[in-house]
Design a protein. Structure first.
Length: 466
C-alpha cells in the first residue's frame, strides 16, 4: 500500500484527511464486517468483473488487471479455507478484501476502486446474494410442493372434515386440503420469481451516486455478472433496497403460510384430533411426561414467522424517510435479510420433511368427517334439486332435521325416513344416498371442488408445472 498508515491511526482505506483513528465505540457501531463477511464471494466476483471491464476499456492496464484478478482469487481461497483474518478496523468486507489485495499485490490494488464506490459495490454484492437466495428458495418451494403433490395423490379419496371457524363444515378430502397448500406455495414461488425478475439489474458503475467520468461499460459488467441489464438511474441505484424488501415480503408471506400449516399440524397431532401421527424424526418427547410426543418442529416453524415479519418491519422502518441517495442507515439491511433467509430455509425444509414423514390416520379423519352434521348442506341441496324447494326453505327444513338428530343424539343418516318425511313430505329414501360423506365428497365436482376426480385434475395440472 502506498500510504502505509498503521491501523491504529486513521483508517488506511479512507483516512487521508483524518489525523487520528475512531473512538472504540465509533469503531464498534460502524463496523459491519461481523455480518457482511457473508458477502465475500459476491464481493470478489464483482471486483473481478469490474477490473476486467476497466482493462477492456483501457482504464487500467492488462498487467494490473491480471495482478488484481489473481490476487482476488488468492483471497477467495484464503477466505474459503478459513485462513483469512478479518479486521474490524477495516469496517466491512469491501475494505477487508481490498486491504488484503494491497498486501498481496502492492500498488496495483489501488487501481481496483477506479470508477466505483462502496455504495454501488455494496448494492451489487447484496443484490447478487439476494438473487442466489431467492433462487434457492424457489428450488426449496418446488420440493415442498412436490411433497404435497405426493400426499395429495395418495389421499385423493381420504375423507376428512373441512372446517370454517374451526367448526366442522363439510366433508372434504385430505388430498384436496393438501392441494390448498400447493396453491399457496405455488403463489409464493411465483412471488419469488417476480422478485428475481425485478432485481435482475446490475448496480455496479453507479459509483457514489452520480455515475462516473471514466469511460466504463456497465452493460459489460452486467452481462459478466449474470444480470439482464444495468440499472438506469445512478441515484436510485445506490439508494434502493427494494430488492431486499421484496425478499423479506415474499419471505413473510411464505412464513405466514408455513405457520398456518404448522398450526394445523399442531392441532391434528393432538390426541383429541388424532388426524396425523408425526414421525419420531420431527417430534420430541417430554422430560417429565413419558406419554408425550410434542410437535416442536411445527411449533418452531409457527414461531419463526414472528422474526421474519420483524425483519420486514425493521427494514421498512430503516428505509422510511431516508433522503436519497445512500445513507449509512442502509448498512442495517443485511442482518435482517440474512436472519430471515436462514430461518425461512429452515422452516421450509422442516415442513417438507414433516409432510413427507407424517402418518395420515384415515380412520380418525373418516370418523370425524361424518360427525357434526357435516352433510347437512347435502340434505338442503337434495331438497332443492329433488323436491324443488327454494334454497332458503331447504336450509330451514334441514335445520329442523339437525335439531332432531341432535336431540336424539344421532347422525343425520341415522334418522328414519318417517322422521324425515315429517319434516318435509317430499323426502324419499333416495335422500340417504347423499347423506354419507363419500357421496357428499364425490358430488362436489365443480371446478376446484373436493371430489376426488377434480382433485386429481388439479394434481395433474400442478405436476405439469412443478
Ligand atoms: N458497509 C457499508 C454498508 O453496508 C458499505 C457501504 C459504505 N459506504 C459508505 N459511503 N460509507 O452499507
Amino acid at each position: 500500500m502506498a500510504d502505509t498508515k498503521d491501523a491504529t491511526s486513521s483508517n488506511q482505506m479512507w483516512g487521508g484527511r483524518f489525523a487520528s483513528g475512531p473512538d472504540a465505540i465509533m469503531e464498534e457501531i460502524n463496523a459491519s464486517i461481523g455480518f457482511d463477511k457473508k458477502l465475500f464471494a459476491q464481493d470478489i466476483r464483482g471486483s473481478i468483473a469490474h477490473a476486467t471491464m476497466l482493462a477492456e476499456k483501457g482504464i487500467i492496464s492488462p498487467e494490473d488487471k491480471d495482478q488484481i484478478v489473481s490476487g482476488l482469487n488468492t483471497i477467495l481461497s484464503e477466505i474459503e479455507s478459513g485462513q483469512f483474518e478479518f479486521s474490524r478496523k477495516l469496517e466491512d468486507i469491501h475494505m477487508n478484501v481490498e486491504a488484503r489485495l494491497a498486501t498481496l499485490i502492492g500498488p496495483a490494488a489501488g487501481r481496483l476502486h477506479t470508477a466505483r464506490s462502496r455504495n454501488d459495490q455494496v448494492a451489487l454484492d447484496f443484490r447478487l446474494w439476494v438473487k442466489e437466495e431467492l433462487t434457492k428458495t424457489e428450488r426449496m418451494l418446488t420440493d415442498l410442493i412436490a411433497a404435497f403433490l405426493d400426499r395429495a395423490e395418495e389421499h385423493a379419496e381420504t375423507v376428512m372434515p373441512g372446517f370454517t371457524h374451526l367448526q366442522t363444515a363439510q366433508p372434504v378430502t385430505f388430498g384436496h386440503h393438501c392441494m390448498a397448500y400447493v396453491e399457496m406455495f405455488g403463489r409464493d414461488r411465483a412471488r419469488v420469481r417476480h422478485a428475481i425478475d425485478h432485481l435482475d439489474e446490475s448496480p455496479i458503475g453507479a459509483a457514489a451516486l452520480a455515475g462516473t467520468g471514466f469511460p466504463i461499460d456497465r452493460h459489460m459488467t452486467a452481462k459478466a455478472l449474470g444480470f439482464r441489464e444495468p440499472t438506469r438511474n445512478s441515484i436510485d441505484t445506490v439508494s434502493d433496497r427494494d430488492f431486499a424488501l421484496e425478499f423479506l415480503s415474499v419471505a413473510a408471506i411464505c412464513a405466514m403460510h408455513l405457520s398456518r400449516l404448522a398450526e394445523e399440524i399442531v392441532i391434528w397431532s393432538t390426541p383429541q384430533f388424532g388426524f396425523v401421527r408425526l414421525s419420531d424424526a420431527f417430534s420430541t418427547g417430554s422430560s417429565i411426561m413419558p406419554q408425550k410426543k410434542n410437535p416442536d418442529a411445527a411449533e418452531l416453524v409457527r414461531a419463526k414467522t414472528g422474526r421474519i415479519n420483524g425483519s420486514l418491519v425493521a427494514l421498512l422502518t430503516v428505509m422510511k424517510g431516508l433522503p436519497l441517495a445512500y445513507s449509512k442507515d442502509m448498512q442495517e439491511d443485511k442482518e435482517q435479510v440474512f436472519d430471515a433467509a436462514e430461518n425461512l430455509e429452515l422452516a421450509i425444509a422442516a415442513m417438507t420433511g414433516m409432510m413427507r414423514d407424517m402418518t395420515i390416520r384415515e380412520d380418525r379423519m373418516r370418523a370425524a368427517a361424518g360427525s357434526g352434521y357435516s352433510t347437512a348442506t347435502d340434505l338442503a341441496d337434495w331438497l332443492v334439486r329433488e323436491a324443488g324447494l327454494p334454497f332458503r326453505d331447504a336450509h330451514h327444513a334441514t335445520g329442523h332435521a339437525v335439531a332432531l338428530a341432535e336431540k336424539k343424539g344421532c347422525e343425520l343418516a341415522e334418522l328414519s325416513l318417517d322422521e324425515l318425511k315429517a319434516i318435509n313430505p317430499a323426502i324419499n329414501d333416495k335422500v340417504f344416498d347423499v347423506l354419507t360423506v363419500d357421496a357428499s365428497v364425490a358430488s362436489r365436482q365443480s371446478f376446484g371442488g373436493t371430489a376426488p376426480s377434480e382433485v386429481r385434475k388439479q394434481i395433474a395440472y400442478w405436476r405439469g408445472r412443478n
